[in-house]
Design a protein around this ligand. Structure first.
Ligand SMILES: NC(=O)c1ccc[n+]([C@@H]2O[C@H](COP(=O)([O-])OP(=O)(O)OC[C@H]3O[C@@H](n4cnc5c(N)ncnc54)[C@H](O)[C@@H]3O)[C@@H](O)[C@H]2O)c1
Length: 248
């Protein structure tokens, strides 16, 4: 499904949705760079992908640090001379009651979930422009459509991701660069065990059209489509992968 020799950067790829994206892209023939603040975790996942016959490179990268992002882009360009897709997946979602959210909580959320997109896109786009093609997928969240208490700082950041996606798509279309977003619903990941209550997850599943948990693979499949020539007619769009939780 991906173009021959496809090279992809996936942020937050040690666990959860990002790990699912890296695995699926590698299975589809891409050389995958797993960028994660958790260097050891990224290396474990990259080794699993290599053991299954794929090409994977782990890079320690805090996406809120421009220098880390630059080093990852440079490494991929040095080895492959091209970057075909960038999946901006890294994100944090600690819960905070709004009135107890500190300025530091707020700033960290926006730095990791929003400002990081400026870093990665500004670093990758010049290479995509030079080749006259590229695919960027930004991971937002279904919470944007419905609003969630104790996540005001998070949902705000995920709204910004859509504004970023739409505006940058307008600016980059003339270079044949496609920039789309995915809004996952309640996805079964390792992060869920830390942040979510089982009863809440069961209540969400009960509101979905599909009576099953939506998995990292489901989100990865949408990212694969948006990184492949099958979506060449789409840019500035948002795909909702939530099992039919929110219909629009
Ligand atoms: N899990 C869900 O239900 C769900 C729903 C909607 C949207 N999302 C979004 O999907 C994305 C992935 O979520 P997940 O549930 O897989 O998360 P997760 O917590 O399971 O994994 C996130 C990964 O990102 C890495 N990471 C965290 N901060 C980082 C940083 N500063 N730099 C680089 N890497 C960093 C972590 O080490 C981890 O490997 C996030 O953007 C999240 O907001 C998740």
């Amino acid at each position: 499904m991906l173009t021959e020799g496809h090279v992809s950067l996936v942020t937050g790829a040690a666990l959860g949705i990002g790990a699912g994206i890296a695995e699926l892209f590698a299975r589809n023939g891409a050389a995958v760079y797993l960028l994660d603040i958790d260097a050891a975790g990224a290396e474990v996942k990259a080794a699993q992908i290599r053991a299954a016959g794929g090409e994977a490179h782990a890079m320690k990268c805090d996406v809120s640090h421009r220098g880390d992002c630059a080093a990852a882009v440079e490494a991929a360009m040095k080895r492959h001379g091209r970057i075909d897709s960038l999946i901006n997946n890294a994100g944090i979602y600690p819960r905070r009651v709004f009135l107890e959210t500190s300025e530091a909580d707020w700033d960290r959320m926006q730095e990791v979930n929003v400002k990081s997109l400026m870093h990665t896109c500004q670093l990758v786009l010049p290479h995509m422009i030079a080749r006259g093609s590229g695919k960027i997928v930004n991971i937002s969240s279904v919470t944007l459509w419905i609003g969630v208490e104790k996540l005001v700082h998070y949902v705000t950041s995920k709204g910004a991701v859509l504004g970023f996606t739409r505006s940058l798509a307008r600016e980059m279309g003339r270079h044949n660069i496609h920039i789309n977003a995915v809004t996952p619903g309640a996805i079964k990941t390792e992060g869920e065990d830390i942040h979510a209550v089982p009863a809440e997850i069961a209540a969400i599943q009960a509101q979905q059209c599909l009576d099953r948990r939506i998995m990292p693979y489901d989100v990865a499949a949408a990212c694969l489509f948006l990184s492949s020539p099958l979506s060449d007619g789409m840019t500035g769009q948002t795909l909702n992968v939530d099992g039919g939780l929110y219909l629009h």
